[in-house]
Ligand binder design. Structure first.
Ligand code: NI
Length: 173
């Protein structure tokens, strides 16, 4: 496994809708494993393929907090929200492509997601709490949507300018 570098907003690759994964192969499984390693290393609770520059419908997540128990890494190919609760909840969100910026986002409190797992089997599960927020945030990435797209234009511009500055500083080294 190896670490992949994470794209920083603004980047056109983060704004594109991703293509479905037709059939699993070793390359896609390796990508998923690399993404999990990259996510844990960051550290983060979720990562989507476009964030490492791959235009495919693939996300990884693990929202188990260290004190809560053993890790629960999930790899989801072609994840789809098939049901969402009317009840909504607000959580503070961040993103590995938008480092150190956080904002509250309102989303459905519970969602049911269908996906294909690492072995190619179809899975379905309902998520609540942090898991619900995270899985919706990651699926948004596959549609070119970032959490800052839910904020006011003013807040979004402010964060985007900070990220442009961060990228200039990193480029200079
Ligand atoms: Ni994100």
């Amino acid at each position: 496994m190896s670490l992949r570098s994470i794209l920083i907003h603004p980047d056109p690759r983060l704004k594109k809708a991703c293509d479905p994964v037709p059939d699993l192969d070793d390359e896609l499984r390796r990508l998923a494993d690399d993404m999990l390693e990259t996510m844990y290393d960051a550290p983060g609770v979720g990562l989507a393929a476009p964030q490492v520059g791959v235009n495919r419908r693939l996300i990884v997540l693990d929202c188990v907090r260290e004190e809560e128990g053993p890790p629960r890494p999930l790899i989801m190919f072609n994840p789809e929200v098939i049901a969402a609760s009317d009840e909504r909840s607000t959580h503070e969100e961040g993103c590995l492509s938008i480092p150190e910026q956080y904002a509250e986002v309102e989303r459905p409190a519970e969602v049911t997601v269908r996906w294909m797992d690492r072995g190619g089997a179809e899975r379905e599960e309902s998520f609540a709490g942090l898991w619900a927020t995270c899985v919706q945030h990651e699926i948004d990435h596959l549609n070119g949507v970032l959490f800052i797209d839910y904020l006011t234009p003013l807040k979004r511009q402010l964060i985007t300018r900070k990220m442009q500055k961060l990228k200039r500083e990193r480029a200079r080294g």
